[in-house]
Design a binder for this molecule. Structure first.
Ligand code: SF4
Length: 245
């Protein structure tokens, strides 16, 4: 594989339990996000925004992507996904629709987007994501209070709108949706909340639910994982297409 240190927007390939081997493309500089999650591994959000802009020009991203593909033919053959994600929230990139169309012209590799789903109430954004093969949205809370505690969103983002956006997206999208729930001990692992989360997840109807809990260094100190036994209990509540990852 060619050295990746000259790459600014392409990273990996990264191996993960969820996606196998994936090549990441970041669409925002670090760290522009609509959330400031307590468990974020990228550190605190420095630009908390819901403004959609072309934070990185599509042309630069695509040039770098093409260069990587040309220089890494063998590594390319082993990839499971190209993943839009990276150093912030990728759906803040306002020209994501065009970027997805261009990537789909360049490669037949499956395309995934890892997103906090905060902007899914925007019909144009949902439309932009339709050509993708896999969407991995996160949903950590269903009540405004818990949402504020765990994801610390931009003040104009309402959890009810995020949920309705996800429900609507499921109706429109033909690819796979793997919903991720990140659980933090004492913040969003209360079983009454989890039962409400189950009701919402039933409406969203994802193909899979991935339960996760922070194990690495996070944006805040004293962010603790939920113990294994409780995670198993929560998995049972969330139903048979739920797995602990
Ligand atoms: S949504 Fe993702 S990038 Fe944004 S703060 Fe949360 S974990 Fe970090």
């Amino acid at each position: 594989m060619a050295p990746s240190n000259f790459m600014r927007y392409i990273y990996g390939p990264v191996k993960s339990r969820r996606l196998g081997l994936s090549l990441g493309i970041t669409l925002t500089p670090c760290k522009i996000c609509s959330f400031n999650c307590v468990y974020c591994q990228l550190g605190r959000t420095t630009n908390l925004t819901r403004d959609r802009e072309e934070y990185i020009p599509n042309q630069e991203i695509l040039e770098e992507f093409k260069l990587w593909l040309e220089n890494n033919r063998q590594a390319q053959a082993a990839l499971n996904y190209i993943t839009l994600s990276g150093a912030g929230e990728p759906t803040l990139h306002i020209r994501i629709a065009e970027l997805i169309r261009e990537i789909k012209k360049i490669t037949s590799l499956p395309l995934a987007v890892i997103t906090n789903a905060s902007l899914f109430s925007d019909a144009a954004l949902r439309q932009a994501l339709l050509p993708c093969d896999l969407i991995v949205p996160s949903l950590d809370a269903v009540s405004p209070q818990v949402f504020a505690k765990v994801d610390r969103p931009h003040p104009e983002i309402k959890i009810e709108e995020v949920i309705e956006g996800l429900v609507q997206f499921r109706r429109e999208f033909k690819g796979k949706i793997w919903l991720e729930v990140m659980l933090v001990r004492g913040i969003n692992d209360d079983l009454r909340q989890i039962k409400k989360l189950r009701e919402v997840i039933d409406r969203i109807n994802p193909d899979k639910i991935h339960l996760n809990s922070p194990v690495r260094a996070t944006a805040e100190a004293n962010i603790l994982p939920v113990d294994k036994k409780k995670l198993e209990k929560i998995k049972e509540i969330l139903g048979e297409n739920c797995e602990v990852i």
